[in-house]
Design a protein around this ligand. Sequence first.
Ligand code: AHR
Length: 823
Amino acid sequence: MKEKCFLFLLLLTVIHYKSYANEPDSVYLFSYTHTQNEGRSGLLFAWSIDNREWHTIGNDFGFVYSDYGRWGSEKRMIKPIVIQGHDGLWQAVWYLDHTNTLVAYTESKDLQSWKPQTFLLTENEIPLLTVDEINIAREKQKQVSILEHTQTGSVNKVPWGLVDELIKKVQVASYRNNLWGETTKLDVDRFAHLQSVNVSITPTGNAPKKISDMLVGAFFEDINYAADGGLYAELVQNRDFEYTLADKECKDKDWTHKKAWQASDGVGFAIDSVASISPQNKYYAKLDIIKEGIFSNEGFDGIPIRSGEKYNFSFFIKKMSTKSGKIAIRLVGKDGTVLASTVVKGLTNNWRNIGAVLTAIRGDENARLEIVPHFKGRIALDMVSLFPQKTFKNHKNGLRADLAQAIADLHPKFIRFPGGCVAHGDGLENIYHWKNTIGPLEERIPQRNLWGYHQTVGLGYYEYFQFCEDIGAAPVPILAAGVPCQNSEKHGHPLGGQQDGIPMSDMQNYVQEILDLIEWANGDIHTEWGKRRADAGHPKPFNLKYIGIGNEDLISTVFKDRFTMIFNAIKAKYPEITVIGTVGPFFEGSDYAEGWKFARSLNVPVVDEHYYVPPGWFVYNQDFYDQYDRNGPMVYVGEYAAHLPGRPNNIETALAEAIHLTALERNGDIVKMSSYAPLLAKAHHTQWSPDMIYFDNGAVILTTDYFVQQLFGQNAGDAYISTQPIYSNNDEKVKNRIAWSLVKDSKTKDLIFKVVNLLPVKTTVHLDYEKLQLKADSVSKTVLEGRPDAKYCQPQRTAIPLQELNNLQLDPYSFTVFRMSSE
Ligand code: AHR
């Protein structure tokens, strides 16, 4: 028995020794992709000692994915080849479609980190490879059997160390994914024996660190019907008859110029564009009234009418036949009850804007607007509009009061607009041009919304700036960097929107458009664009300080050339404006790495980072910004949110974001701004979730994530007070679930202590408050808590005696804000 044991141990030692000591010097590396899904699994690797038996590296682990075209179907990697140049640089080339002409090119030093990709019309244009070299590499490709599938790819002989690093990369990625994928679902087992935890928190006594006083803002994008049918208070859908099949890429046959309108028997309804009210607003409705009938609009899922309220109705109208007369305008409930009515008259042969006020004697959530001509003949209608008089701050062409108030209540220090992807658009023609969105409504240029609907741009730049001013938030417009979205549809351009970029010959105009925006916002009334702002009703400048250039762009040469032109022009003419650059759509990867390098080289003051990540990412990346270089650009976390499987909003997502925000406050010397995204989503029109605020025509639903943003917004500081903790439990998993920040607001002199407890047990915090020179005896305490999957929780506010700071009982899964006066 003893002998057997010894033999077994010896065998184990040999096996162990073999796997570590007998590493080969060099091996074969096979680079390929799966043909069965047209390379959407990215570039895969396998290795072999003998060029016969192959071992995959990470099974289906993609080391680089094709970035070309739209999300999904277009991101193909067809017949990739991988070549190592004489200088050791790895180069990958693949086709983008089956015509075998459009190609993608990228390079890497280690096969792990790849440069942003270049997309070309022919292989001739590939920077570092000749067509001959590519052809030879293609001819040399081999077919090998991997996991019982025959795959075609490139074989390169490489040092074992390279493969070893690739294997480690996969292992680290899998470790990270497990960690970041940690959710509260398994907390019962994970923390089965955990008793309550104690943390003693003592201020270090170091001088408070100055932090950004505009850390928490709001991100507004017209996604999920956030603008038309949402924040923009217009109640008539398709008021301008400009909806087109193209808005929905011809996927909805009912989405036409007639969408949302109905004509009853006896009323012929056609669309015309001859002699329209403005060239920007080409289409209008032509009605042939044969007998008295009704022309009606259904609104956005119905028109919500409140009893006793007044509504401003207006339309452009002209008579097209000699006869005309009175027209009844009615608001009618679902059951046919007339809720409000009036009569208009005075039609002329030319377009005339006629308005009337309707007072609702009854309310209905699902009413319609009816236009009832009391005569026979032909008329033309356009810009048919209905607004509640009670808009936010009662502005004409204003915002829906309850939604705007919900945003105002966040106390955002700034508002970013108009996106997101809406800012740079889906293809060159879809880039958002601010000048198209100002001036008289009938002269603005409506356009396709890349989220699959229509933008009237009635909520345009003037309204955005006005809203910012109304709520004391800094305006942060984001403009395209001369390139559209890197996931753009091709729209007839051979290489898709991104690579085309605005032609260099037009870039000067585009740069001027951006400079004009600054003049429009800040110039005095004697400047050309300042005068336009004044004419629109705002002689005082809007005090614009920040401009974002680009959104999640591919950091290609096309991008860099255009960004540099814009950046230099702003710097030269308006050095006081802070330009915000972009570093791609993720917290790592080729655009992030190249974007940062590029921003540093240009000295861009702030860059915009985006990440939608699982809650575990926030839990385990609290030190993400601790290591950032304090001498480089500052950070604007322009889009972020915690995404759980199924993408709900709940206490777990909210607490993960609260953890992140405590880390952002600690790093408020390098992180200047942040905004959760997206902000708004309308019921039945939600393309993206989770969002911060949900709504329908009647209700506004504030999520748990909203309350976290609000608590940070309302309790912001401008100095950070460092602390030192002592834990009763030193398990990293436990420690990472407790996060806090201590800040001071120099205006009110208040100190604010925010603590997150993402543990399933109570945590007792002892804050050594003696060192904080507190003044008041009582402390305000606001708690947001609930089961991790609880969707609708609201913060509860109480007051506690000062002494309790030394013995704070924090409930499981809670976020608590303590606010106290000092000095
Ligand atoms: O927030 C939704 C979208 O996410 C934004 O439009 C885009 O910038 C990001 O990819």
